[in-house]
Design a protein around this ligand. Structure first.
Ligand code: GTR
Length: 431
């Protein structure tokens, strides 16, 4: 290993490429063993009906809006994601510290903003990076998403502030801090030029600015400001914290004249896709919600127990969900909700679920089914999402309807320019 470290980057790349030639494609995407990846072994289950309330009464459009929607949101809060603090009384404070209309060789305008999440300049802050279509006169619709490794990783742009906060280990991270070597490592996930060229802005911030992604007893990040929300079994989890942070960004976007805050699509990949869904469910200001490969605890139905399970996710990441969620380890049928009801909470707003064929760990079929099984609520409210008789499409398949989008990309767990192409096609027509 030490020898490998001393090689030049070019030799490293050559070595890795040669190694990859000898690994079969199927092994590259191989998910953890000991879990079910066979459709025939998915157990029988029945899903809780979003249109029957807790007392077993049928719900109509009025009672959905008045009672049932809140009932389901509370169930998710109590049993899955935990509570969130209320919005701070003083709205988020912000400082635009950089603005250039000549970013990415003139392809975009770039703004960098410090957001004070509790509205208090001595409190916690996050760095928001926004790319806008150049010379746009009208406010732009925007895709807002958290990123995994700092804003400086999303584009080949030396003027992006290098993140200083704690990070999980990985490329270009030394002693849990980003280094210059991590610039642009995630640029394939954020095709900024393509997005702004199609008239959309893109806004992003590092999720660890809100809460470091580690099981640390909720002692830091935004959690440190709300210790009283931890002494309970529906405690303020990390996913709830990241979602709460997205709502604070929305508070800011409502004040930014370059942004059309009625047209904000909140999106996320993987754990950040779970987060985008919960943010969309809890904050109706998001006009569109996009889950990319969000899997267990995101778009995938928990009762299918295909790929990652409730027990596994609560064991590997005890801080992501609230403590009550552990009651459902190996006990999914007892959950009072399943993830199709998370989709239902987004109705009648736009919702998009993207899956990848080889991403078995995330249960791509289960992601589709929860979108379809959440759709009766759209129909109740007079709209179409995914028709009840729609089948899971084959790899490469795309379904776009009035209110819902789904596609199944070939390949593995990732968010790519191809995924973005579909999001843009959908948003261009409907957002
Ligand atoms: C995995 C986890 C998934 C997914 C993923 C990610 O380890 O099991 O649920 O969230 O991490 O966020 O990249």
């Amino acid at each position: 290993m030490d020898r490998f470290r001393t090689l030049t980057p070019r030799w490293k790349a050559f070595g890795l490429a040669t190694l990859l030639l000898f690994i079969p494609m199927s092994d590259l995407f191989a998910p953890p063993s000991g879990f079910n990846y066979n459709e025939a072994n998915v157990p029988d289950f029945s899903l809780p009906d979003p249109l029957l309330d807790e007392g077993g009464r049928e719900v109509d459009a009025d009672s959905w809006r008045q009672d049932r929607r809140a009932e389901i949101q509370n169930l998710f809060q109590n049993h899955v994601y935990g509570v969130q603090p209320p919005p701070p009384p003083a709205k988020v404070a912000s400082e635009l510290y950089e603005d250039s209309d000549n970013a990415l060789s003139g392809a975009a305008r770039r703004k960098q903003i410090k957001l004070y999440l509790t509205g208090d300049k001595s409190g916690p802050s996050a760095d928001l990076l926004i790319y806008l279509p150049p010379a746009s006169e009208a406010p732009s619709p925007v895709f807002l998403g958290l990123n995994f490794r700092g804003n400086h990783t999303i584009a080949d742009d030396p003027d992006i502030t290098l993140n200083q906060n704690w990070m999980r280990p990985g490329d270009g991270v030394v002693d849990h801090r980003a280094t210059e070597a991590s610039r642009a490592i995630a640029d394939s996930r954020w095709p900024v030029e393509m997005i702004v060229e199609r008239g959309f802005a893109v806004a992003t911030l590092y999720y660890g600015d809100i809460d470091p992604d580690t099981d640390d007893g909720f002692a830091n990040g935004i959690h440190a400001f709300f210790p009283e929300l931890q002494q309970r079994d529906d405690n303020f989890s990390s996913i709830a914290a990241w979602a709460w942070g997205l709502s604070r960004v929305m508070d800011y976007l409502e004040q930014d004249e370059d942004i059309d805050s009625e047209r904000v699509a909140v999106l996320g990949h993987s754990r950040l896709g779970k987060t985008a869904l919960w943010a969309g469910a809890t904050d109706p200001r998001f006009a569109m919600v996009i889950s990319n490969n969000s899997g267990c605890g995101g778009a995938a139905l928990s009762r299918r127990r295909f790929g990652e399970t409730v027990k596994r996710i609560n064991t590997s990441f005890p801080h992501w969900f609230c403590r009550n969620h552990r009651l459902y380890n190996d006990n999914e049928d007892a959950l009072p909700v399943d993830q199709h009801q998370l989709i239902a909470l987004i109705a009648p707003r736009l919702v998009y679920v993207a899956s990848a064929q080889e991403d078995k760990w995330a249960d791509p079929k289960g992601e589709f089914l929860s979108l379809r099984e959440g759709s009766p609520v759209y129909r109740l409210l007079g709209h179409e999402a995914i028709p009840a008789d729609a089948e899971w499409p084959a790899s490469g398949g795309v379904i776009h309807t009035e209110k819902a989008g789904y596609h199944l990309r070939s390949g593995g767990h990732d968010i790519t320019a191809e995924d973005w192409g579909h999001f843009l096609d959908f948003a261009e027509e409907r957002l």
